[in-house]
Design a protein around this ligand. Structure first.
Ligand code: NAD
Length: 498
């Protein structure tokens, strides 16, 4: 077994012990006998030291031209390509996703860095005519200062990159508080930025628990931006605290995503998509497919085909060849998933497949939950309403498109949705009427690309978007500039400009 890695906090370009003296240990969820990492259990004093370092680095970074800042992001992308294989393997050991998917996670960070690097020579504002003569009007994006970035474990490099790349490009400095379960991937990303030439203090990392190391970043007056991805319960608390300080705050939270399959759909394609959407990343994606809404004519054939395919999925350590489904992230999450399975059975849903922890063979020492399918699920059952975040999918039935869209929309979340059909009219109706931030046609609910906005409505988000150019709104503020070269007082709305 590889040696565990011990990290300290990364503050002002130096490794820094936590003043708490306490540490957190991270074990491999596929084999809990393997200790993967030891990190500080940081406290408010550590968070404050990191904020101070970020504040000190801000004037210099803000004064660095955006194209120069972007060049560092570009170099980091190149370095990350070279390190992809090693970082992906570390990520699999740290949080369990299969190697193919952790490679994708690193690749997403590469894509985001390249995308934002390109923006360094754009970051466009507007020039527009003045209503007065001999006067020009223009806008530019200004940075805000220090950003507090709080991230979850399921995309442990991609999500930090979604936040850090635009944050840095716009001229802000940052403190990153990664999830307790995935310190190494976050630090590998920051190490890459550092190796690419990022000056000390521009990005700082504090490890530890949310309430102890994350919460102080949100409330401290030095953070002007708070960007949070995680559960809706924590996001609500973070949002309320950030609002008290009038901070820019984007919240990316839970999902309860549905795929609708109409009778005219390509059955095989729909089964492929649902299998990947429901059981990829062991169902631990905010965009995971947790409901499948089937038109009656296709229902039984679809169920039989999905069950057959899901039964054949190979569980195990994500580093082993041929493994398709890794463990879930930790014991608490596993118990939560098993509790939801019991809830579904109690509610009268029909357990078609799975439903239990797997402890045989390669799964003997990890947190494995069998791919689980419930049929006969009713829209108001808890398993059809609440985010489970595990390899559990609920099948519901519908009469037709209208009915299906009503069921799909009738949940507290609004992140991603999908429709499988061969009917172009149905496709465009669904694109219009599905009330989610992301809608797919003939593709599963997962598969976002970095140059498009990512986020959701209702309990999934607070109106902002990550990725795409939309994310720049989180990390910059518009400055409007007027230059009057008439040499006399001209009054807007009063003088005519003659
Ligand atoms: P979580 O809410 O438990 O933790 C997320 C982060 O917040 C962690 O770094 C944690 O330490 C920190 N945190 C916890 N309490 C805090 C507090 N009081 N103050 C400040 N920070 C605190 O979520 P998780 O279990 O790590 O991730 C799973 C959740 O994330 C799911 O609900 C999933 O849907 C969601 N998610 C959403 C998106 C999206 O873009 N919408 C993407 C990935 C994951």
């Amino acid at each position: 077994m590889p040696e565990p890695i011990t990290l300290k906090n990364w503050i002002g370009g130096r490794w820094s012990e936590s003043s708490s003296g306490a540490t957190l240990e991270r074990h491999n969820p596929a084999d809990t006998r393997e200790l993967v990492a030891r990190v500080p259990a940081s406290n408010a004093a550590d968070a404050e030291a990191a904020l101070a370092a970020a504040a000190a680095a801000y004037p210099g970074w803000k004064a660095t031209p955006a194209p120069r800042r972007a060049e560092i992001l570009f170099r980091a992308a190149q370095l990350l390509v070279e390190r992809k294989e090693a970082y992906a393997a570390t990520m699999t050991r740290e949080m369990g996703k299969v190697l193919e998917e952790t490679r994708g996670d690193v690749q997403e960070a590469v894509d985001m860095l390249y995308f934002m690097a390109g923006e360094g020579r754009r970051l466009y504002g507007q020039t527009t005519p003045s209503e007065l003569a001999n006067k020009v009007c223009m806008t530019t994006r200004a940075p805000l200062g220090v950003a507090a970035l709080i991230t979850p474990w399921n995309f442990p490099m991609a999500i930090p990159s979604w936040k850090l790349a635009p944050c840095l490009l716009c001229g802000n400095t940052a403190v990153l508080k990664p999830a307790e379960d995935t310190p190494l991937s976050a630090m590998n990303f920051v190490q890459t930025l550092t190796d690419a030439g990022l000056p000390p203090g521009v990005v700082n990392v504090v490890f530890g628990r949310g309430a102890e190391a994350g919460a102080p970043l949100v409330t401290d007056a030095r953070s002007r931006i708070v960007s949070f991805t995680g559960s809706t319960a924590v996001g609500r608390e973070v949002g309320q605290k950030a609002a008290a300080g009038f901070k820019h705050c984007n919240l990316e939270m839970g999902g309860k995503n549905a795929i609708i399959v109409l009778d005219d759909a390509d059955l095989e394609l729909a089964v492929d998509g649902c299998l990947w959407g429901a059981f990829g990343t062991s169902g631990q994606r905010c965009t995971a497919t947790s409901r499948i809404i089937l038109q009656r004519g296709i229902h039984d054939r679809f169920l039989a085909a999905l069950e057959k395919r899901a039964r054949g999925l190979k569980l195990g350590n994500g580093l082993a060849a041929g493994v398709q489904v890794g463990p879930v992230v930790n014991a608490k999450q596993m118990q939560r998933i098993l509790d939801y399975i019991a809830v579904g059975q109690g509610e009268g849903a029909r357990l078609v497949l799975g439903g239990e922890r797997v402890t045989s063979g390669d799964c003997a020492h990890g947190y494995f939950v069998a791919p689980t399918i419930f049929a006969g699920v009713k829209p108001k059952m808890r398993i059809a309403q609440e985010e489970i975040f595990g390899p559990v999918v609920s099948l519901l039935s519908c009469e037709g498109l209208e009915d299906a869209i009503a069921i799909a929309n009738d949940v507290p979340y609004g992140l991603s949705s999908s429709l499988y059909t061969a009917n172009v009219n149905a496709a465009f109706r669904a694109l219009r009427d599905l009330d989610t931030g992301i809608v797919y046609v003939n593709a599963p609910t997962i598969g976002a690309e970095v140059h498009l906005p990512f986020g959701g409505v209702r309990n999934t988000g607070n109106g902002h978007r990550e990725s795409g150019l939309a994310t720049l709104e989180v990390y910059s503020e518009w400055k409007t500039m007027y230059v009057d070269f008439s040499g006399r007082l001209q009054r807007a709305q009063i003088d005519t400009g003659e």
